[in-house]
Design a protein around this ligand. Sequence first.
Ligand code: NAD
Length: 365
Amino acid sequence: MKNYKIAVLAGDGIGPEITAEAIKVLKVIEERNDVTFELLPAAFGACAYFEFGDAFPESTIAICDSADAILKGPIGLNHEDSKKIPIDKQPERGALLPMRRRYNTYANFRPVSLPKALAHFSPLKPEIIGEGIDIMMVRELVGGLYFGNKEMGVNEQGIRYVKETLEYDETQISRIMHQAFKLASKRRKLLTNIHKSNVLKSSVLWNEILEEIAPQYPDVKVVHQLVDSAATNLCLNPGQFDVMVMENMFGDILSDQGGGILGSLGLMPSACIGPDKAYYEPSHGSAPDIAGKNIANPYSMIGSVAMMLENSFDMADEAKNVWNAMQAVFADGYSTADLSKAGSGVKMISTVEFGDKVVEKLRLG
Ligand code: NAD
C-alpha cells in the first residue's frame, strides 16, 4: 500500500468550493487503488494573512515541506480588498512567488484543451476550432520579470518611479527548453517558441539557447513566433499550435487567453514541477466575483488533481479516467454557469453537482 501526503491549500475566493470537489475525486481514486492519500489542509493566501499575519505561514511551509505533492487552490482578493494587506504581504508576492521559489517549480504545464464536441463552449466559430483545440503551454515559472529585483521610490527630482528587472541565465532557459522538447517529442512533434526578440534581449538569449538545444531533438519541428502575433493566432487559428514554450510573463498572459478561447478560465488546470516537489493549481485566480455562490467550475481543480495523479503518483490510467469522467459529464449536456450560454442547450449545474456527477462517472469507469 502506498501512502502519499498531499498538502491541501484551499486558498481564497472560490478556492475552498472547488477544492472540496477535487477532494471527492481523490477519495474515489483512493477507494479503488492500493493507495492512501493523507490530506494535510493548510492556510495559504489572503486567508492565511488574516489568520497568521503571513500569506505563507511557517506552519504551512512545514506541511508543504513534508508533503509528496501540493494541491493549491487559487488565492487573492478583489482589487479593493487587496488594499487591506501590505503590498509585500499580498497573496502573490507573499505566498505564491515564495512557494514557487522555495520548491523551484520552474516548469509550468497548462493544457488548453477543448474537444470538437464541446466547440459550443468557445467564443470562437466552429470552423476556427476545427477538430478541436489541444495545446500544451509550457511556461517558465521561476524567472524573468516576476522574480527580478523590484524597486519603487521617489527620485532626486521628486518623481515617483519603479524599476523591475527581467533576468534569465542559460541554465534556467535550457532546463525549460528540455522539458518542452521532451513533451513535444511525445506529442505532435511541433514546438512553437514564443519570444519577443525584436525588442527584448532576454528573448535573444532565449532563442540562442533554443537553437543550441534543438539538434538534440531532430524529430521536433520548431516554429518561432513573436508573442504579440501568437496572441492573435490563438484566436484566428489555434490548431496551428501543439506545444508552446515561453517565459514567465508571456505564459501568464497567453494562458489566460487560452482560457478565453476555450470559453472559461474554469477549464484551465495546471502542474508546476520542480526538481524535488510539484504543486498543482488552477491557472485562474480566486474569482471573487462568484465566490460563495456554488457556481464556480471545479474542472480546473479536478483537472489539477488528474495532473497530480499522473505526474506525482504515477497513476496515468486513473488520471485519464478523471479527464474522461469530466468529459462524460459535459457530453451529457451539463456544465456550470460559466459555460452555460443562453441558447446553447446546456443544462446548468452547480459546483457541487458538477463534482457529484464527475464522481458518478468515475465510479462507472
Ligand atoms: P480570476 O481568474 O480570478 O477571474 C477572472 C474571471 O474568470 C472572473 O470573471 C471569474 O469569475 C472567472 N473565473 C475564474 N475561474 C473560474 C472558475 N473556476 N469557474 C467559473 N468562472 C471562473 O482573475 P481576477 O478576477 O483578475 O483575479 C482575482 C484574484 O485572483 C486576484 O487577487 C488575483 O491576484 C488572483 N490570482 C491568483 C492566481 C493564483 O492563485 N495562481 C492566478 C491569477 C489571479
